[in-house]
Design a binder for this molecule. Structure first.
Ligand code: HXC
Length: 514
């Protein structure tokens, strides 16, 4: 072949690899941010990444754009392997027009999404963008909508992960919002629908970009993100960890890792529940003791801390954990906790990940704040999510299982496969104190020593109902187990459910109370 032709190709590729040029690459590094290609190189197994559309250029001619052509048009797209498994990835290149989304930039992402769908592999978006390419107007908006549409079509078919590694503002936030997981990098990323300037004009509030939509804000206040990362490398590392728990698509199972059976007794768990029922303990101690060592990968750690969610492995198999946390709000269900758990349950159900629930819940959190913020509809989300889930589902009641919350937290009645209880379980309509104040109100009032009478009645009620045996007698609890044998019981029970089939009635789709 004429070497000139080879040289022409090589020169184009060299230009493309430079993105928006060295000065802009240095500016990116000065902000402690990696470039799009550096991020992809960290994500994919060495030598596995294949770029698609490297030579794509924009078609814009307004505002002198015809003189500013950069190969790739602000986004690097392609496929590669992460720990040997196929993924599709796009990384917005901030060095080219601030990673802004043009018509062609959107076309590249859409093409990638279509391929990820057709080939049943996760889609990973590394977002770092100034939003709509201002010079392109409505063509850019159309591009966003094309992406949103595909995000929705792909939802529940392939896992979609969004890393926010720079700006993500305006309507652009809605693509990550539709995806399954959002990971934000501390200090260098933010997400908001309207930025600080607009907020100031409209509401007169003074707020920084970081406070309005930084990584901590979305981890702690809004619950929009599931994970935060200290820096770009940490972000990529967390994406890899997350991928290790989930399957390639909705037809497959999550990868398993080799597991050698050993001593599965966890004697320390017999000491976990305090003698006094009102005393708190950390449910994460139970989770960590029961699942494979160091396998618990918590999500949304700083949001609705009264509910703990995350992935783990049990005997090498991926599971999703949903657990009340007695250390925070006594483990009550509230609006945020219900939403947090419901979305996670639905993710696990979409992708064939069995669910393990640890239950210690005194009920729904009372108060005007909760009622006015629709604890009715939000609590119903969790009830709906569990009831609809057809994956293997097991509940372990460690202590309280009161009232409606008993039903909601993956009870036998809403389709759980196995319900275990520890001897410390208290399965009742409500706690003893509340109960006797209602049913023995007159008797206590009329007693010569009301305080003494109340204590006696409370003890009587607790003796009768604050235990797992009424529920076990009815078969609502399959077995009352010693805490120390929980891991053994769960390994066996999940193994027995490995071929579970539970088809929902034929329908277009349900109508979850959103
Ligand atoms: C075209 C853009 C751009 C954009 C940045 N650039 N945003 N070009 N369209 N939206 C370019 C800049 O001109 C600059 O080019 C380079 O990218 C880097 O930008 P800087 O401003 O120098 O960087 P920085 O100081 O880090 O600020 C980043 C930024 C800021 C905060 C993102 O650029 C910014 O506010 N951009 C505009 C954001 C915005 O309003 N977008 C539209 C939102 S509405 P040079 O040549 O100097 O390197 C929207 C609607 C989506 O997105 C709707 C979907 C439904």
């Amino acid at each position: 072949m004429d070497t000139k032709k080879l040289d022409a190709l090589r020169s184009r590729k060299e230009d493309a690899l430079l993105g928006g040029g060295l000065a802009r690459v240095h500016a990116q590094h000065a902000k402690k941010k990696l470039t799009a290609r550096e991020r992809i190189a960290l994500l994919c197994d060495p030598g596995s990444f294949e770029e698609m559309g490297m030579l794509v250029t924009h078609r814009s001619s307004d505002f002198g754009m015809e003189e500013q052509i950069f190969y790739g048009d602000g986004v690097v797209t392609g496929y590669g392997l992460v720990n040997g498994r196929l993924i599709y990835v796009f990384a917005q290149d901030f060095t080219v027009f601030g990673g802004s989304l043009s018509e062609t930039h959107a076309e590249k992402i859409c093409k990638l999404m279509d391929m990820a769908m057709r080939n049943g592999a996760p889609l990973i978006g590394l977002n770092d963008s100034g939003g709509a390419r201002i010079q392109e107007g409505v063509r850019s908006l159309a591009g966003y909508a094309d992406i949103f549409y595909r995000n929705v079509r792909a939802s529940g078919v392939i896992p979609q992960l969004s890393a926010i590694m720079g700006p993500c503002a305006g309507g652009a936030v809605y693509s990550p919002a539709i995806t399954d997981f959002i990971i934000m990098v501390e200090q260098s990323s933010y997400m908001f629908v309207t930025g600080p300037n607009v907020v100031k004009t409209v509401t007169n509030e003074e707020v920084s970009a970081e406070d309005l939509g930084g990584a901590y804000t979305h981890a702690n206040k809004s619950g929009v993100s599931q994970l935060t990362a200290d820096h770009d490398e940490d972000c990529i590392d967390k994406i890899k960890q997350l991928l290790s728990y989930i399957p390639q698509n909705c037809e497959e199972r999550a990868p398993t890792i080799n597991y050698t059976p050993g001593n599965e007794l966890r004697l320390e768990l017999n000491e976990l529940i305090p003698a006094v029922s009102s005393q708190a303990y950390d449910i994460k101690t139970a989770i960590e003791a029961v699942v494979d060592t160091h396998s618990f990968f918590e999500l949304q750690e700083l949001y609705a801390e009264n509910m703990v969610i995350g992935f783990a492995r049990l005997a090498g198999n991926s599971i999703g954990i949903v657990a009340n946390q007695p250390m925070v709000l006594a483990g009550c269900l509230d609006v945020k906790a219900s939403k947090k758990a419901a979305r996670f349950v639905r993710f696990c159900d979409c992708f064939n990940i069995p669910l393990l629930v640890f239950e210690d819940v005194p009920g729904f959190l009372p108060g005007t704040d909760q009622e006015w913020n629709a604890i009715i509809s939000n609590g119903a989300k969790l009830l709906y999510a569990f009831s609809e889930a057809s994956v293997p589902r097991i509940t372990v009641i460690t202590r309280k299982a009161y009232g409606g919350a008993y039903d909601v937290m993956n009870s036998k009645h809403i389709g759980a496969d196995f319900n275990f209880a520890w001897p410390s379980a208290e399965i009742a309509v409500m706690g003893a104190k509340g109960a006797i104040e209602i049913i023995f109100k007159k008797e206590i009032e009329n007693a010569s020593d009301p305080l003494h009478a109340a204590i006696e009645k409370e003890m009587e009620y607790a003796e009768k109902f604050a235990n797992p045996y009424h529920a076990a007698a009815r078969g609502f609890i399959d077995e009352v187990i010693e805490p120390s044998e929980t891991r053994i019981k769960l390994i066996k029970a999940f193994a027995s459910l490995v071929n579970k089939v539970d088809n929902l009635p034929r329908k277009k789709h349900g109508n979850i109370p959103l």
